[in-house]
Design a protein around this ligand. Structure first.
Ligand SMILES: [Zn+2]
Length: 208
């Protein structure tokens, strides 16, 4: 599976692959504030390092969990950023459904200040002894959050914000950045909500 695409299991136990389309949107999937903390995947700094090694951050140039340096306070900072995403991203999505337990809010001056002060350093590439590209290690939380803040700013500060979506499936609040060329992605995944929609249409037609 390519970095950034995530295997998710719904409350019905069925798994599907979900591509959140960007690093910032992907962070939302790693867990969240209550009541979404039951899906927490970042219990420890090691969990977070492993999660990051499978994320969009590693899409163009892979790195290993051991290449990331994360302390406990770093993990707290990562979760603070993620909590901000949970609150502000739904408010930026046209016709978003309500996310259960989450109060969506328009970007506040404090959010803006937080994002502007978080952007800055991002992971740095370098050349190894054979002249091939690799990441400078360790990759720090400052760089991880810098990359996430930059990703979000580039999306929400431009026309790209109109490509933020929430899956149109009923009972599905998965949020993603639509990277499809025509910009018409509607579902978290075709195997899940897209397929349910097709089946629903089929049943509706045949019940007429
Ligand atoms: Zn869905």
């Amino acid at each position: 599976m390519k970095p950034g695409a995530r295997r998710l299991t719904g409350s019905d136990g069925v798994s599907h692959t979900f591509d959140p389309g960007s690093f910032a949107l992907e962070l939302i999937l790693s867990g969240g504030p209550p009541p979404w903390d039951r899906y927490e995947q970042l219990q420890t700094p090691d969990d977070a390092a492993a999660w990051l090694a499978g994320s969009y951050l590693a899409a163009d140039l892979p790195f290993a969990a051991e290449d990331v340096r994360i302390s406990k306070p770093d993990l707290t900072r990562l979760k603070e950023f993620r909590t901000m995403l949970w609150h502000v991203v739904p408010a930026l999505i046209a016709d978003a459904k309500e996310v259960p337990g989450i109060a969506a809010r328009d970007l506040t001056p404090a959010d803006r200040e937080y994002l502007n002060s978080t952007v800055g350093e991002t992971p740095r590439p370098e050349l190894d002894e054979h002249g091939a590209i690799r990441w400078q290690t360790p990759i720090t939380m400052r760089q991880v959050l810098g990359a996430a803040a930059q990703d979000l700013i580039e999306i929400i500060g431009s026309d790209r914000v109109s490509r933020l979506r929430m899956c149109q499936g009923s009972n599905c609040a998965l949020m993603f950045y639509d990277t499809s060329r025509p910009g018409n992605r509607r579902w978290c995944s075709m195997q899940r909500c897209g397929n349910r929609h097709k089946v629903g249409n089929y049943r509706t037609r045949h019940n007429d």
